[in-house]
Design a protein around this ligand. Structure first.
Ligand SMILES: Nc1ncnc2c1ncn2[C@@H]1O[C@H](COP(=O)(O)OP(=O)(O)OP(=O)(O)O)[C@@H](O)[C@H]1O
Ligand SMILES: [Mg+2]
Length: 506
């Protein structure tokens, strides 16, 4: 196979940051090429350079595509050459239909007016290619993230794609949706489409990739080719973090102290479909020093459980009782829940967790301003000190804590959300998919911080779709299915098979 793409010595700087430093990337025609590296290594930036988001002239180095020097002025330019990028944050318009989204800016017209009949027909064909059977008039809003991801790909296919770039496409997907998407990539490959995939899920990378390029600190570390050497997770990890990582989970001493959080008879109805009960008689507890997991499939109600508990941020007709440290607790609003000692780290960092146009520092101290104030006056030096501490502990990659959060890479934004709630010093910390989009090295750091918290006698409730993570971290695991807690396993009892069998048999 010859090279379809050669990026040579690409250097890209932002004020105060050299995001890419003479990076090289060669992608062969017809292959699936994975791009991996730690949070902030420069993966998304490299793909933005390639697709013209950062136009020619704003970076140094050369892009050779299909045998020619390519100098794209913008995204439309690279699209015309068949390069289609699907960004880390999805870009569909929620209140438009699937068909409208697919042909936005590219409308099919007949005699100067939109040809709806043609649009719907073409939409149906494209949806079929990606395995969706939704009506073209369905609002994107009504689709789960997995299906939205497939619609993005259908959109790419509407544009005669030759090189498809997927930036962390499966980060927010369930196991089944991820598999469907990876299968679709393989299918596209069989039709000659070349793809670049960025992912932190190394098992997926191993499964689909023909080659893997690892970048670290803005430089190319290595490229592995499955034809000449087997691509193993260990080899990828070693190149990513620059050392062997024998253990993915830090050692943890198990201890269960006094009762911290006790929830009984918890019932919640759907916010919009009032007749639908989403949480059914849930009862669970967390003791001081414990890390307790909630396992379950996507849509089983785990996030709804956490959000309804945290100041009724979700749901209607909520009933049940909550006790914290043995006393009835009022958690009926977010401020009250925080006062009562709860904190909730959301799975959706963009919409609920961060103020993007604010600095890292302000975001970290936001949930505990009294912690950096004296006599009601904010002490900015202390604020800086605190945020520097978290920046070091979490290895948040940024030139300064005064940087705006929106300029951080995806994984580093997630670390800021975590820092914010750790600094709030809650008694019980609820973590919803805490390591989504986080690289393996940083995951280890975050697990270490969770362990430290529990060693201090805090309680942690952890929702995660990554079963190895629950098994590696939790003292106990509740299993949730269709809104009900259907089982409870100790660390010793728990295994992937037992969790799955509880989900399936109930
Ligand atoms: N618009 C910007 N302004 C300033 N700095 C930026 C900007 N975009 C990216 N950076 C910085 O460039 C570096 C590389 O970021 P990039 O988003 O490419 O990382 P990544 O490898 O995609 O990480 P992740 O796995 O977390 O998504 C980071 O240090 C980031 O903070
Ligand atoms: Mg990225």
């Amino acid at each position: 196979m010859s090279a379809l793409l050669e990026m040579r010595s690409i250097t890209k700087t932002f004020p105060g940051v050299k995001a890419l430093d003479e990076v090289n990337l060669t992608v062969k025609e017809g292959e699936i090429h994975a791009l991996v590296g730690e949070n902030g290594a420069g993966k998304s930036t490299l793909m933005k350079v390639l697709s013209g988001v950062y136009p020619a002239g704003s970076y140094d180095g050369e892009i050779h595509y299909d045998g020619q020097l390519a100098e794209f002025g913008d995204i439309a330019d690279s699209e015309r050459r068949g390069i289609i990028i699907i960004h880390q944050e999805l870009a569909l318009v929620p209140l438009l239909s699937i068909a409208e989204n697919l042909f936005l800016g590219n409308e099919l017209t007949k005699g100067g007016i939109i040809d709806w009949q043609g649009t719907f027909k073409r939409t149906e064909e494209l949806l079929k290619k990606v395995g969706l059977s939704e009506a073209p008039t369905t609002l994107v809003d009504k689709l789960g993230v997995g299906k939205q991801q497939l619609v993005e790909i259908a959109k790419a296919l509407s544009k005669e794609v030759r090189l498809l770039i997927l930036d962390e496409p499966t980060a927010a997907l369930s196991e089944a949706d991820s598999q469907a998407l990876l299968n679709l990539m393989l299918e596209l490959k069989s039709h000659g489409v070349t793809s670049i995939i960025i992912s932190h899920k190394l098992n997926e990378v191993r499964r689909v990739a023909d080659s893997v390029t690892v970048i670290r600190d803005g430089t190319t570390v290595s490229t592995m080719d499955a034809k000449t050497q087997p691509i193993t997770e260990d080899a990828i990890v070693r190149d990513m973090v620059g050392r062997d990582m024998a253990h993915r989970y830090p050692d943890r001493e198990r201890r269960a102290g006094d009762m911290l959080l006790e929830v009984t008879d918890w019932n919640v109805w759907h916010s919009e479909h009032v007749e639908r009960q989403v949480i059914k008689n849930a009862a669970f507890n967390v003791r001081a020093g414990e890390v307790v997991g909630i396992a379950g499939l996507m849509g089983s109600g785990r996030t709804e459980l956490a959000m309804s508990l945290f100041g009724r941020s979700y749901g209607r007709n909520i009933s049940g009782s909550v006790a914290i440290k043995g006393q009835p607790a009022d958690v009926s609003s977010v401020p009250k829940a925080i006062d009562a000692g709860l904190a909730y780290v959301t799975e959706d960092r963009k919409s609920l967790g961060l103020i993007l146009e604010e600095t890292i520092q302000r975001n970290i101290t936001l949930a505990n301003l009294p912690g950096v104030s004296s006599g009601g006056i904010l002490n900015e030096n202390e604020e800086t000190e605190v945020s520097e501490k978290y920046r070091n502990a979490m290895n948040i990659r940024t030139p300064s804590v005064f940087q705006k959060v929106m300029n951080l890479s995806g994984g580093n934004q997630q670390k800021v959300v975590l820092s914010k709630w750790l600094f709030a010093q809650p008694d019980v910390l609820i973590l919803d998919e805490p390591t989504r989009g986080i690289d393996v090295g940083a995951k280890f750091e975050i697990y270490g911080i969770i362990n430290d918290l529990s060693a201090q006698g805090k309680g942690v409730l952890m929702i995660s779709s990554e079963m190895p993570e629950l098994l590696g971290m939790c003292d106990r695991i509740y299993v949730m299915n269709e809104g009900a807690l259907v089982g409870e396993l100790t660390a010793e009892e728990a295994s992937q098979e037992r969790i799955m069998s509880l989900i399936v048999t109930e």
